[in-house]
Ligand binder design. Structure first.
Ligand code: KG4
Ligand code: ZN
Length: 342
């Protein structure tokens, strides 16, 4: 252990994963512990905020202890405590924020609050040593769809965002409608392999005011209308064809907007992040589009795409280096904007 090494204990509890990680010098993950609540929420078809908060309280100490044990470090050897303080479910965020504040206070260590999306973007640094800003990043998760210009560590310009549903939300809603259950993304991904993506033509929405923005609610309605029409006509629905055609419609739009941003902003590096970034069809389509254009394409392993604390530790390292520190007044901010520091 060198004097100047920076060990960050990071905590993430913004939605339905209770997670803690220890990250060394920004990019070396010493431990990454994730306690998922998915099974608890599956019966309700989505995340129930109250249940999420209670489960975080139950799990958080265990998860932190395990993260320290796996990293082979004691609390005293940690340089700083990082935590997601927004956006997310307020009750869920509060559990992580309160825990981080208590640890920072008791240990007299610096406290660093991190934006959840900044964490998702930073997940790309973990496995790609050569990746440095600037680059374009597509962030697609259950709650967000953002096309971001990463100008520097911690400096972002949002080029486009969703006007209604997030990409992951659309996956989850369509999966429920075709009887696949929650969480829908991975299930649609799998079932689509058996389906024909050209079987049904679903709309690719354009947003007139900002060509980088997304809109997925029309697509979701088109799928529901298709299902209703089939039912009224007494026709059987091919689940795999609906899944594959829906997925193709989402992927086409994500790829088109991303490539437009890379070209118009003159970048040669592009990255993806968030839960939907683990979608195999999206990865393949983006890999093809990038290779045709000579663009370097970066994506995290699936474990770093969905919610985890290692990505928060990585983001926190760069904030730490910039001198960002939070006081004990740090609070959960459910609607925190990317690039905003409170
Ligand atoms: O990033 P994440 O874990 O949580 C949020 O910050 O929202 O993303 C969860 C979302 C869910 O909507 C889930 O259905 C979606 O990511 N997802 C996928 C896949 N794996 C997870 N969507 C499409 N294909 C996948 N393979
Ligand atoms: Zn997330």
């Amino acid at each position: 252990m060198k004097e100047k090494d920076v060990y960050i204990l990071a905590i993430e509890s913004s939605c339905d994963e209770t997670a803690a990680a220890v990250v060394k010098n920004g990019r070396e993950v010493l431990s990454n512990v994730i306690s998922s609540q998915i099974d608890l929420h599956t019966v309700y078809g989505g995340v129930v905020p109250e249940i999420a908060s209670r489960k975080h309280i139950e799990k958080i100490n265990q998860v932190i202890e395990q993260a320290l044990r796996e990293a082979g470090l004691s609390l005293g050897e940690i340089t700083a405590i990082a935590v997601t303080y927004g956006p997310g479910l307020v009750g869920a965020l509060l559990v992580g924020v309160s825990e981080a504040k208590a640890l920072a206070f008791a240990l007299k260590k610096p406290l660093i609050g991190i934006h959840h999306i900044e964490g998702h973007i930073s997940a790309n640094y973990i496995e790609h040593e050569e990746l440095k800003p600037p680059f374009i990043c597509l962030v697609v998760s259950g709650g967000h769809s953002h096309l971001v210009e990463v100008k520097d560590y911690g400096e972002y310009e949002i080029l486009g965002r969703t006007r209604d549903d997030a990409a992951g939300e659309a996956f989850d809603k369509v999966a429920r409608a075709i009887g696949l259950g929650y969480p829908g993304g991975p299930k649609i991904d799998k079932v689509s392999r058996e389906g024909n993506p050209e079987a049904i033509h679903f709309p690719r929405a354009k947003v007139a005011e900002n060509e980088y923005d997304f809109s997925f609610s029309g697509l979701k309605s088109a799928v529901l209308n298709y299902l209703n029409t089939c039912e009224m006509k007494g026709e059987t629905v091919c689940q795999a064809d609906v899944a594959a055609s829906f997925q193709k419609a989402v992927v086409d739009v994500l790829v088109e907007h991303s490539m437009k941003a890379v070209k118009e902003r003159g970048y040669s590096s592009f990255a993806i992040a968030g839960g939907v970034a683990s979608n195999s069809h999206l990865r393949q389509a983006l890999a093809d589009a990038c290779s045709q254009r000579g663009i370097r394409f970066y994506f995290p392993s699936p474990i770093y795409c969905t919610d985890n604390a290692a990505m928060i530790g990585t983001a926190a390292y760069y904030e730490y280096q910039k001198g960002v520190r939070h006081g004990y007044e740090l609070n959960a901010v459910p609607g925190l904007k990317l690039g905003e520091r409170l």
